[in-house]
Design a protein around this ligand. Structure first.
Ligand code: DQA
Length: 159
């Protein structure tokens, strides 16, 4: 094996983390008129396949607990995660603490929502995350995650 090839293989893959907030473990059966019928497992599988093809190390994490999501963001910093994709779910509209974790670690992120939060109840139309996000995808269903990933893959290639 040539020296050049070895160096390439030893180079660490860029890391991405996808965070899913509360109740997203119920995707597939939860209010399908808003969230569709695709399960979280299938969403994660699609992301993992795309990331593998692109040579990216992608991890996914779902929790119904605010503190667990915050701690996962802190771990992401230690792991050297380059970018996050996050659907904060209900915490979108309530969690200053999770927002602070993202601001405090400074890991750039894309915010994703399956439903169009701007076409729903008033209380959903404010996000504690959007002004910090690289961008927001809302209303494109499960495809939103793949579109966010595509954007970040492109960004990693041009960084
Ligand atoms: C959501 C929208 C939120 O308002 C809601 O609380 C969710 C899911 C979405 O993906 O559309 O749990 O983030």
């Amino acid at each position: 094996m040539s020296k050049q090839k070895k160096t390439f293989e030893n180079r660490e893959k860029p890391k991405l983390l996808v965070l899913h907030g509360p109740n997203l473990n119920l995707l597939g059966t939860r209010e399908p008129e808003y969230y569709g019928r695709v399960t979280l497992e299938d969403i994660n599988l699609g992301l993992a396949r795309r990331a593998e093809l692109a040579g990216i190390a992608l991890e996914t994490f779902q929790s119904n607990h605010e503190g667990a999501l915050i701690e996962r963001v802190h771990v992401a910093l230690q792991q050297g995660v380059r970018y996050l994709i996050i659907n904060p779910a209900g915490y979108t509209h309530t969690s200053i603490a999770l927002r602070d974790a993202l601001a405090g670690t400074g890991i750039p992120f894309v915010e994703v929502h399956l439903s169009n939060i701007f076409a729903r109840e008033d209380f959903r139309q404010h996000s504690y995350f959007s002004d910090l996000a690289l961008g927001v995808i809302s209303g494109l269903g499960h495809q939103g995650y793949l579109l966010a990933l595509e954007y970040l893959l492109n960004k990693i290639n041009t960084d």
